[in-house]
Design a protein around this ligand. Structure first.
Ligand code: A3P
Length: 779
């Protein structure tokens, strides 16, 4: 066969054309439309076209007269039995049509594309050649109504056309043939032109309209994947832009049109609801149409519902992918997000229109349980941050621009550092932010004495804290202050919603390692998402029940009452006015005997509390970084907010040797499900009491405040949280033990309205003495 031979004269039929389209899709995944074949008369022309995939020069859809105002035609029906499904293409309209087709009271043919024309003759003239496929729905409808084949139905339509039948008369005829049924026309072309919609309402003042919406990202992805710009012949350079325009124009027109239609004749349905909860969606539509619900509507692939084409070999009319599925597939509501290979950009107009239809466009990210708790407790005033002063000594001077570049490298490595939060009706959500320029403030403090610098540093930190807002990226602020030759101080504030104590260390170590070594070595980028994914999958109802049973056994009847120095104080049940007391500890030898530093800190605290309260079994809240989930996996490099608290009850018998008590502590810890990480999530759900209601004292054991890396040595000088002024402390005493080598600091944050400084000093002294005794004896 000659490449240039005319395919028509060789007898290439429309059926062979359909086979070619199917073969191209099966072999190459390429969706070709009949309109694209029609203009290519030879094999050479077709090959050229396929190789270049040049857009069509003139649009085939919607046909020009559908967008122009055709002559008016009087209507013989008020349309009380007419229903129009209006939507952008790729909104799931074929699925909805076929679902409705299961109802015996409804006649639901494939897309009729009638209303854009005044007469059948006008329609026939427009829908020929490359646009003939748009005419097939009406032929299929006539086949069904008259029980005839495609040729006979075409002959009927030719006769109606010759008789000069108008479009309203054609609808009236279809209604007659449909018996008492309602006739549903789903034609995505109508929404492209407000004039067509207005004419529908004039012709059929009693018709009803179903407005089917779908997330613009899903519609755009489907239009692009299915090469609709080619089928529609849109000469746009960017198929995404064309797709967005299609979604926007149609939905805008439909929303505007809805304002002109009486509410009882207008019903909006979201595709996402249709596929996720088909039954309520269909019951709602039945009620709207005045029909009883019929379960056949939930099984769109059962029976024959005009999902075939005109001939045995033809493609179906409407969604070319409909028959690739076997059931309503709820996964299709979200699948486009994973498949799109690129982040879809939306214009502000699209975002605004989508919002008015109830779609939030920015992508939401999973929240860790710690973040969920954070927003439950602080959602009305969520401006909390962790602020730090860190001394850095370097062999070479730090270059501020390069230092800022290292921060940017670490920020781009950890998704949690490129997010912001938004509050919607269903609560707070994390969204991927559009990161802008990240700057590090350059501060010259080289000549300031420590007394002059300290208040300035505090003021800078306060300003950084105030600059953070949960809804706005970035959720951290950084300054680099020069303090002298090779001596710097990093000042920074990071929002608590994206960071816990462990995260601050991961970030700082990563930044300094990047600066000196050119790589970020510590935090693994995907660990936070993996952690959230593991929990979402594993912390199921059975696991929750197991953990709840454990905790009820562990804590039953053991809540600790702390004596107060001000029993007469009416505010004594609330811990306000935070004060801090600190004692330093210096060990005369390296820790690391039979009892670890953590064990010594904890055991001494249990003993001090037992003496103070007289309790024999003491519950103590333990702050845990939360990254080790036992056999579920460990996420030591997860950057985000993961920390949690759990209550650990220990029996303390002062007579027992410290080494044995350490064994008791280890044994108790070993029994905890998932190392205690589930407790606060269960408390959140009201299944166990809040930690602080059982254990009003918390131990927060921290190490690693100083490290040496290539070319630098860093020491954390101070870490604090800043929170709104009216914040209520959850714990009566926060006992923080910070260690660096042999130096330790025991910090007690307490409420001034509950305890006097003398009481706290005495308590801290007992804690310190017990700690030293434990290390001496146990080490
Ligand atoms: P994709 O095939 O690109 O996913 P329309 O009929 O309005 O053109 O919409 C087509 C879209 O309807 C399809 O686009 C698909 O997402 C959705 N759809 C088709 N069949 C479906 C099914 N069985 N379950 C869920 N969604 C379906």
């Amino acid at each position: 066969m000659e490449p240039d031979a005319d395919l028509g004269t060789l007898g290439f039929s429309s059926i062979q054309g359909m086979r070619l389209i199917q073969a191209l899709e099966t072999s190459f995944g390429l969706k070709l439309y009949a309109s694209e074949l029609a203009g290519r008369r030879s094999l050479a022309a077709l090959v050229d076209y396929l190789a270049g995939q040049a857009p069509e020069a003139s649009p085939v859809w919607p046909p020009s007269s559908m967008t122009a105002t055709s002559a008016e035609a009087a209507s013989p029906t008020r349309g009380e039995r007419l229903v129009f499904i209006l939507s952008a293409p790729r909104s799931g309209s074929t699925l909805l049509r076929v679902m409705l087709a299961g109802h015996p009271g409804l006649f639901c043919p494939p897309e009729l594309h009638l209303a854009g024309f005044a007469t059948l003759a006008e329609r026939a003239a427009e829908l020929d050649g490359g646009r003939a496929f748009l005419g097939e729905g009406l032929t299929r409808a006539v086949m069904e109504l008259q029980g005839v084949d495609a040729e006979q139905a075409s002959a009927s339509l030719t006769a109606w056309t010759a008789e000069g039948r108008t479009v309203p008369e054609t609808y009236a005829r279809l209604l007659d043939l449909a018996g008492g049924r309602l006739c549903v026309d789903k034609s995505p072309s109508y929404g492209t032109d407000g004039a067509v919609l207005a004419r529908l309402a004039r012709w059929f003042p009693e018709a009803r309209f179903i407005f089917l919406t779908r997330h613009p990202g899903a519609v755009m992805a489907s239009l692009v994947d299915n090469r609709f710009d080619r089928m529609l012949g849109l000469a746009a350079a960017d198929p995404w832009a064309a797709a967005e325009q299609t979604w926007q124009t149609i939905n805008h027109n439909l929303l505007a049109f809805s304002a002109t239609v009486a509410p009882e004749r207008w019903r909006r349905v979201a595709y996402e609801d249709l596929v996720r909860a088909p039954e309520p969606a269909m019951r709602g539509l039945c009620e709207f149409l005045g029909l009883d619900f019929d379960p056949a509507m939930l099984t769109p692939y059962a029976g024959t519902r005009m999902t075939d084409g005109l001939h045995a070999e033809s493609l179906g009319i409407g969604d070319p992918n409909f028959l690739h599925h076997q059931a309503i597939d709820p996964a299709l509501a979200e699948r486009w997000r994973a498949q799109t290979g690129r982040r879809i950009e939306f214009s502000p107009n699209t975002a605004a229109l989508a919002a008015s239809l109830g779609y939030r466009l920015a992508e939401t990210l999973p929240l860790s349980p710690a973040q969920q708790r954070f927003f439950t407790h602080h959602g009305d005033a969520p401006e909390w941050s962790i602020v730090q002063r860190v001394a850095v000594e370097t062999a070479e001077p730090l270059e501020p621009a390069r230092f800022a570049a290292s921060w940017r490298a670490v920020l781009s490595r950890h998704p949690q550092l490129s997010i912001r939060f938004e509050r919607a009706a269903d609560g707070w959500a994390a969204l991927a932010a559009e990161p802008g320029e990240f700057a590090v403030e350059d501060i010259d403090a080289a000549h300031l004495a420590p007394e002059a610098w300290a208040p300035m540093a505090e003021e800078t930190l306060a300003a950084y804290h105030r600059a953070l807002s949960v809804g706005r990226w970035p959720l951290l602020r950084v300054g680099l202050a020069r303090r002298g030759e090779g001596r710097y101080e990093v000042l920074w504030a990071v929002h608590h919603a994206i960071a816990d104590g462990a995260t601050t260390q991961l970030i700082l170590r990563d930044v300094l390692a990047h600066y000196h070594g050119g790589t970020t070595a510590i935090g693994q980028a995907g660990e936070f998402a993996a952690y959230c994914g593991t929990l979402a999958e594993r912390f199921d109802a059975a696991e929750q029940a197991r953990q709840k049973a454990f905790w009820h056994g562990h804590i039953s009847g053991r809540s600790l009452i702390l004596p107060t120095d001000f029993p007469e104080n009416p505010g004594a049940s609330q811990y306000a006015a935070e004060r801090e007391w600190a004692v330093d500890v210096y060990l005369d030898r390296e820790p690391g005997g039979a009892v670890t530093l953590y064990e010594a800190c904890a055991l001494a605290l249990y003993e001090a509390l037992a003496k103070w309260t007289g309790a024999e079994a003491v519950p103590l809240a333990q702050r845990y970084h939360g990254r080790d989930l036992g056999e579920w996996g460990s996420f030591p490099g997860a950057v985000g907010n993961l920390a949690c608290d759990y209550p650990l009850v220990l029996r303390t018998a002062a007579a027992r040797p410290w080494a044995e008590r350490a064994q008791d502590l280890r044994a108790a810890l070993a029994t905890l499900p998932r190392r205690g990480t589930g407790y606060e999530w269960l408390a959140e759900a009201g299944r166990v009491p809040p930690v602080e209601s059982i254990a009003p004292v918390r131990l927060n054991f921290q190490t690693g405040f100083s490290w040496r890396g290539a070319g630098h040595r860093a020491t954390v000088l101070s870490t604090r949280t800043r929170q709104p002024d009216d914040w209520q402390r959850p714990y009566a005493l926060d006992c923080i033990a910070r260690w660096e080598g042999r130096s330790g600091r025991l910090l007690i944050r307490y409420a001034e309205n509950l305890h006097t400084p003398d009481t706290i000093r005495e308590f801290a002294g007992r804690w310190r003495a017990g700690l030293l005794a434990c290390l001496r004896e146990g080490g």
